[in-house]
Every structure is written in C-alpha cells, then in structure tokens.
Write a protein that binds this ligand. Structure first.
Ligand code: MG
Length: 477
C-alpha cells in the first residue's frame, strides 16, 4: 500500500514536472518582437487616447492589458528621420538622415541609411532572429539602402510615402486649393510601387487593399517563423495622405475616411494578436504600437488629431513628436498607464536587453533600455531628456517636466512663422501639456539649466555626410 502511494506521488511529481517544463522551455526562448508603426497618426487618434468617434477596440484592449505610454516620442517630426531614429537607436542628426533642404527622401533621392549604421535587425539577426519589414521603409529605395541590405531577411511594401510618384500635372501641396485634389484622388494618380525584397512587383500599388495586405503579410511571416525568434517591423503607409480604405471599412466609421483607415489598421492589429494567441506565441511576443510623427494638420478632416497636444507633423511642438504608444506582452508587462518618458530610439536597447544582445559600443546611442519599466522592476525611467531636432537645428529640449523652445515654427502653412527666441519659451509639460503658458520669466534658473543641457548635447555631435540632399534626375523605374 505504502509502495503504491509512493509510486502515485512519483507519477504525480513527474506529471507536474512535465507540465512545468513545457512552458518553461518556451519561455526560455528569446522573445519575438512586432513593431507596428502608423504613419501620421496623431496622439489623439485612438479610442484609448481619447478620440470620441474612432473605434479602436483591439488597440484599446492591448492598452489595458499592457502599458499605455503618455510621454513617448519619436526622433523627428517627419517620416524619414523618424524611421532612421527607430531603426538605429540614434538621432538622425548623427547619421545624415536629417536635412534643412530636403526633409525626407524622395523617389529621385540617391541617399539612404548608410551601411555603417547598425540596425535593430542586424543586432537581432546575430541572435538567430528571422527578420522582416512589411510596409513603408523610407530609408532609401536603391538596393544598397533597402531592408535586405540592413539586416532584414525579407521586405514587402511601398518603399516611401504613398503620395510620391504622383503623375505629371497632378497638383502639389503648396496651396489649399491644390491640397483639395488629394481628397478625392485615384490610385493611378500616385504611381507608387510595391517591392518584394528589391524587385517591383506591383505598380501602381492597389492602395485600397494595402492596409489589410500588410497585416496579411505580417501574419504569414509569423506563421512561417513560429519555431524561431522573429522581429517583424510592420510600417503602415496610412493614414498618411492620400487616404484609402478597404471595402469592408470604407464608410464604416463616424470619423469619415480617416477614421475608416484607422479602424482598418486596428482590425489588422486584432488579427495579428489573434494569430499570436492561436500559435501560442502571445506570451513570448512583445508588440509595440506607435506612429512616426504627428497629424498632417493642413489636410483638414483627412489629417489626424494631436488631441490636447499643440500643433502636428513637421513641428517640434508636442503634437509633432509625442505619439500614442502601446506596449503589449501578456504575462510579462505590468499593466499600467506609463507616464515616464520613452522614445522610439529606446526600442533598440530594449530589444537587445530582452534578446540578450549587446548594444553597439563604438558609437553614441540615444536610446535607453526600457525593459525594467515594462517588466515592473523599476518605477522611475532611465530617460530624463528629449531633444527636438528639426532641419539640422536643435529647436527644443525637454528635461523632466520642463521644455524649452529655442526656435519655434508652425508647419505646412499652419501656425507661426519661424522665430528664434533670445529668451527661450518655457513650458511645464505635466501641468501644461498643451504648451499654452510660457513661464520662462518665472523660472530663469530652469531656462539657464536647459540651455546648458542643449549645449552639452550639441557638443556630442560630429559632422556627417547628408544623405537626404543627394538627388538624381532619375526616379525609381
Ligand atoms: Mg509620417
């Protein structure tokens, strides 16, 4: 009798061990990373960030289950430099991906992200990750600059903005009357290509189905690489102008076409999360959602909303560079509203820490490891400053709650003309997130301190070749 009880205990113990060892083996695997990057989505454009008439139930659920970041920034307020910052963990002023003459790359640009830069994908590849870019790259469309030259196994998407390659004679954005043409444009008027790796496979891209096809491609890649760690960078072309939505979403939102597009992006996020759950990968996958820059305000209802933040895309006000950001990793991330500061440049060191990779030591990184904040082992974040560069000039700096503007300027014909301030404007962003009340005269000591922070930061820069000013007469053909 005693013997059989012992045997029973032994069997139970073995059973328990087996149950324990299966998830432990999975947990020991390096975590997967999925970054979903919207284009020109504003701080106020998700339900969980306060939008009253756009429904984003999937992202809202992730915001509750994970962390909703309220002070998360990008490295620049327009596409190309913002993406360079995310991919390298460095301010674009350090790698030539920022210019006063040409704020982004165009189809006739000959530059791109230099081979000497180290991307997140290159670091993760060394750790055995499968890597893919799906969507908008905008870090150079020539073969030597495409994702496949920067550590990614595969690429599928439009290599730059969805409004580029406009047909001859189609109006630009200079005047409001010209901008109106973009509200009712056809796909043919924007002759943008879709590339698979380095080859054009579709032109003009069928932009009506682009958002859902990007989600499909991400799901396909995740399924194909379920047995090894993976990094998927899914960079939507939308809701950048011109807006296109799939037939199941067009006309479906109360917010008009812009809302239709955001709701379609949200549905794709929901499908990706469902796939991770179905494959049993959700507890080993960190999903990050954010946007490359703020809303393109001159486009009226076709542009987004920065919510309570001032201004939008192209500017160094909060509305240009603070983005609605969600980190989701069930069972790992401590759910909360996270008010510590973070930036897209922090993703590289954070992913390295979680994947057990070393960060590059031979260059200045502008990112910090956010994993202690995400996993709950720290309350206070590692980042105390944000630098707001525009057109190769340091326009503003944030330290703690304080932000000093040395130069201010609206953008795209909206807002103020450029002004260089003899006495910087000063805002206390936690008490005044809308940057309404300049308190410089009340806090000259803070102004002086932030000037010092800016000068010390500028002293860390070295001259580099500007990549955005290299142009040829030939576009991608
Ligand atoms: Mg953008």
């Amino acid at each position: 009798m005693k013997k059989s009880i012992h045997l029973l205990y032994l069997l139970l113990l073995l059973g328990a061990l087996q149950i324990e060892t299966v998830p432990e083996a999975k947990a020991a695997q390096k975590p997967n990373f999925v970054v979903i990057f919207a284009d020109d989505l504003g701080y106020g454009d998700l339900g969980s960030f306060g939008h009253p008439s756009i429904r984003t139930p999937n992202l809202d659920r992730m915001a509750v289950e994970g962390q909703r970041w309220t002070s998360f920034y990008v490295g620049a307020s327009v596409c190309t430099p913002s993406r360079a910052a995310l991919m390298t963990g460095r301010l674009p002023i350090r790698n030539g991906m920022m210019s006063a003459q040409s704020r982004v790359l165009f189809p006739n640009s000959e530059g791109g992200l230099p081979a000497s830069e180290i991307t997140i994908a290159e670091l993760l590849k060394e750790q055995g990750y499968a890597t893919a870019v799906i969507g908008k790259w905008h870090l150079g469309h020539l073969p030597q600059y495409l994702p496949t030259a920067h550590g990614f196994d595969t690429y599928w998407g439009v290599p730059y903005s969805n409004d580029m390659d406009a047909l001859a004679g189609f109006p630009g954005y200079g005047k409001e009357s010209a901008r109106d043409a973009h509200y009712a444009a056809t796909i043919q008027q924007y002759n943008v290509p879709i590339l698979r790796d380095t080859e054009v496979v579709e032109r003009p891209a069928d932009q009506n189905t682009l958002t859902s096809r990007y989600a499909d491609k991400a799901i396909e890649f995740i399924g194909a690489h379920r047995d090894q760690p993976f990094f998927v960078y899914l960079a939507h072309n939308l809701p950048h102008i011109p807006l296109f939505a799939g037939k199941d979403f067009r006309g479906g939102s109360r917010r008009g076409l812009f809302g239709d597009v955001v709701e379609e992006i949200d549905a794709g996020v929901g499908r990706i999360v469902a796939t991770l759950k179905e494959l049993g990968l959700d507890r080993n996958t960190l999903v990050v959602f954010t946007s490359d820059n703020g809303p393109w305000l001159p486009f009226k209802t076709h542009g987004g909303s920065a919510g309570l933040l001032r201004q939008g895309k192209g500017t160094t006000y909060e509305g240009g560079m603070r983005e609605p950001t969600i980190f989701w990793w069930p069972g790992k991330i401590v759910p909360k509203v996270q008010m510590e500061m973070g930036t897209t440049m922090d993703l590289l060191p954070t992913f390295c820490a979680l994947a057990g990779a070393a960060t590059p030591q031979d260059r200045t990184l502008d990112g910090y490891d956010l994993s202690p904040l995400l996993l709950g082992s720290a309350e206070k974040g590692p980042r105390d400053t944000v630098f707001y560069w525009r057109e190769e000039k340091l326009f503003a700096v944030r330290e703690g709650p304080w932000k000093a503007h040395f130069i201010t300027e609206g953008c795209y014909g909206v807002g103020d003309k450029r002004e260089v301030h003899a006495i910087p404007e000063l805002y206390q962003l936690e008490q005044d997130p809308s940057e309404k009340y300049n308190v410089a005269s009340l806090h000259p000591d803070v102004v002086a301190r932030l000037k010092g922070v800016a000068e010390r930061h500028k002293a860390t820069l070295t001259p580099v070749t500007n990549q955005l000013e290299k142009r040829s007469s030939a576009a991608l053909r």
